[in-house]
Design a protein around this ligand. Structure first.
Ligand code: GRF
Length: 190
């Protein structure tokens, strides 16, 4: 049985897809959400789905005793980062080796790393006249956006794209693949 914690900082549209997609799954459960931003809409989305949401400060995230206790109390054995902006502390990377997965809205290793999130990513892709962008699903290690790649999908960058229009195209890929790729990964580990 997989008990997943989703870590999110913002809108939470990917998180909500996870709530819906795994609702009737007996083997894979979205058990809780951790959110490091009190203004984030993901908090409301979790409430609407009756999924426990723990709001944490950056200080709490770095507090090993606090985090491990939270995760153990909820039997969490897998973590999905869905738009989570804080860095995952080393103790979690070690404890959850190959059990923390992130999604990034570019074709890594391009346009990753600290500060590369949201529109910063899409604007840089456009500024560099890239012909393609896409998504990368990868394991999390100690370096931002650097862990082993699990899956990538591409989309074109069009001539008149703005960061918004490209973000929308990339989001569609996220919605199409993120839940199903995690499902495949967990089934292969079971
Ligand atoms: C997504 O584009 C994801 O790739 C990135 O953060 C964004 C989160 O969007 N890591 P949402 O909060 O799921 O709507």
């Amino acid at each position: 049985m997989w008990n997943i914690a989703i870590f999110a900082s913002g809108n939470g549209s990917n998180a909500e897809n996870f709530f819906n997609y795994f609702k009737k799954n007996n083997e894979i459960k979205i058990s809780m959400v951790f959110c490091d931003n009190p203004q984030a809409y993901v908090i409301k989305r979790a409430q609407n789905h009756s999924i426990k949401c723990v709001e944490i400060t950056r200080k709490q995230l770095k507090d090993q005793d606090f985090m491990i206790k939270q995760l153990e109390q909820n039997n969490i054995n897998f973590i999905v980062l869905a738009g989570f902006l804080s860095k995952i502390p080393d103790f979690l990377v070690e404890k959850f080796e190959k059990k923390i997965v992130n999604i990034h809205p570019s074709l890594l290793p391009k346009y990753g790393g600290k500060g590369m999130y949201g529109h910063h990513v899409h604007q840089s892709v456009i500024n560099n006249n890239e012909k393609f962008s896409g998504i990368t699903i990868h394991f999390v290690n100690n370096v931002y956006d650097d862990g082993e790649i699990i899956f990538q999908a591409k989309c074109p960058v069009l001539e008149n794209d703005t960061a918004d229009s490209l973000a929308e195209r990339v989001h569609k890929l996220e919605y199409q693949y993120f839940t199903t790729e995690i499902e495949k990964l967990l089934n292969s580990k079971a």
